[in-house]
Design a protein around this ligand. Structure first.
Ligand code: NAP
Length: 482
């Protein structure tokens, strides 16, 4: 499908996400012809920019992310952008926005199609959704809304936000975005699982001992202390990215690749998500906070963080499902700030089988998602000039040229919004299941706070607190990635 007619309205059009991700991604989609003659974008925010200033910002954003740019195309592209100073809390401003959207719809023959992109602090999502509805911003064509993370602060606020959005938008028109679902290696999970008998035939609870998901960040909270202190690693990373990855790893085989079949398979899995008891949380979950060093602040010294904050900058824990191919297999996860290096990685640890050689290394399947992209399988072979078994890796990786072709997650996902493919977006029922799990952990931690317990402390640039090495179900289990 090419040249999709649409007027897109970006709330938060002067923000970091729009600049670094959305504008460069839109330019690439323009270059591919997906949007071309019949589209206009209205960027909104409070500051008093002009259309020309916005266009200059967009040209800068494209130059900053591309090594080669067709300047004629870029000049044409930026002419499709309009700036509207707009305070999302001011009801009157929606009238002006509606008029501009209609004017641009007529000028670009956009056929009454609208995409609303909420690229702002999450506390504004409900307000925007409410005013889109009461000020009748939706139009006569398709009306789609893209909502950034986090979607709610816990289940109750997520439900409220969902009600506010569903007042104007059907579930199929709500695109809850999680850019991890746009990543090449995350999109590789299902093809890897289902097209390789070698992998598919061991993807079950008789063969898999455990799965480990690590999302390590090198940076601290930086300027986001105020937001982060109300969120923490569990809400910021587990509720969305880690759950999305785990769902792809554990879901049953979908009957086909349609968005509805994929979501059906995910829902079937999530209906069996085990909510851990308080005793299980105490045993299998660890929260941590990073300490300072000679050159860096500890979390409690960061700007806009309460000095007695119990917010976790690290969490390790366990997920399990009652159903699906790996029912009851422990899926351990950990994520945190100021860890050893930036790395997103998945390790599938297979059970040992007895063999006539007596000993062997475990066969693990590892997917590296970030910063490089790779799949490798550890296998056993014969040592060349001695007896015994040696361990080798079978590698599946990408050439430099292939890596250069991989689109950014935002480009992929924006493409999907334009073509109405919701496969890689979070369905409401999935989000509900995720929040139920997160709420149970948060509630247990609140009780721990009241009992005077604190998050474990960890030195920066290691792999989190040592307590995270004790969360396993069996003494033979340990983190594969140290
Ligand atoms: P940001 O840089 O702080 O941008 C916030 C935007 O909101 C600015 O354009 C700001 O412009 C506007 N704004 C603030 N108050 C407003 C109001 N009352 N009315 C109208 N506009 C207002 O935030 P961001 O980093 O782009 O993040 C946006 C969303 O994307 C968040 O939900 C975040 O979690 C998500 N996200 C961001 C990234 C990223 O890389 N940045 C990655 C993943 C997800 P004015 O001050 O001019 O109003």
């Amino acid at each position: 499908m090419k040249n999709i007619p649409v007027v897109m309205i970006i709330f938060g059009g002067s923000g970091d996400l729009a600049h670094r991700k959305l504008y460069p991604a839109l330019f690439n989609l323009y270059e591919q012809g997906l949007i071309r003659d019949n589209f206009a974008v209205i960027a909104t925010a409070r500051r008093p920019w002009t259309h020309e200033y916005l266009r200059g910002q967009i040209a800068d954003a494209v130059h900053e992310t591309h090594t080669e740019v067709n300047e004629n195309d870029l000049a044409d592209f930026t002419q499709h952008f309009y700036y509207q100073s707009h305070d999302v809390t001011n009801v009157g401003h929606y009238e002006t926005l509606k008029e501009l959207a209609q004017e641009l719809d007529d000028r670009y023959s956009a056929q009454g199609n609208r995409i609303f992109y909420l690229a702002m602090a999450p506390r504004f999502f409900g307000t925007i959704a409410t005013h889109l509805n009461d000020q009748h911003l939706t139009s006569s064509g398709f009306n789609r809304i893209v909502v950034e993370k986090p979607f709610g602060h816990e289940l109750a606020s997520a439900e409220k936000l969902n009600q506010q959005i569903t007042a104007s938008f059907a579930e199929d028109d709500i695109f809850r975005i999680d850019h991890y679902l746009g990543k090449e290696m995350v999109q590789n999970i299902l093809p890897m699982r289902f097209t390789n008998p070698l992998i598919k035939n061991v993807w079950n609870n008789s063969e898999i001992k455990n799965i480990q998901v690590t999302l390590a960040e090198r940076l601290g909270v930086e300027a986001r202390g105020g937001y982060y202190d109300t969120s923490g690693a569990l809400r910021d990373m587990v509720q969305n990215h880690i759950f999305q990855i785990v769902t792809l790893l554990a879901m049953p085989e979908p009957k086909d690749l349609n968005a509805s079949s994929i979501h059906e398979a995910k829902q079937e899995l999530l209906a069996g998500l085990i909510i851990p008891s308080e005793a299980e949380i105490a045993q299998h979950f660890v929260r941590g906070q990073y300490l300072g060093s000679d050159t860096t602040f500890g979390y409690l010294q960061e700007a806009n963080v309460a000095e007695d904050s119990a917010t976790e900058t690290f969490v390790a824990g366990e997920m399990k499902f009652k159903n699906g191919p790996i029912a009851n297999v422990p899926i351990y996860f950990r994520t945190g700030k100021e860890l050893k290096e930036k790395k997103t990685r998945i390790d599938i640890v297979l059970k040992h089988r007895s063999n006539p050689y007596g000993q062997a290394h475990s066969n693990n399947i590892t997917l590296i998602v970030d910063p490089n992209m790779e799949i490798y399988i550890t296998i056993n072979g014969k040592k060349i000039s001695q007896t015994g078994i040696r361990r080798e890796n079978l590698d599946y990786n990408f050439s430099k040229d292939e890596l250069a072709e991989v689109p950014d997650g935002y480009e992929r996902l924006l493409h999907d919004v334009f073509v109405n493919d919701s496969t890689n977006f979070t369905h409401w029922s999935e989000l509900q299941a995720y929040w139920k799990f997160i709420d149970a952990i948060e509630s247990a931690w609140q009780k721990a706070d009241q009992a005077g317990q604190k998050p474990a402390q960890y030195l920066p640039y290691r792999m989190g607190p040592k307590e995270a090495d004790q969360i396993f179900e069996r003494p033979t289990e340990h983190w594969i990635y140290e």
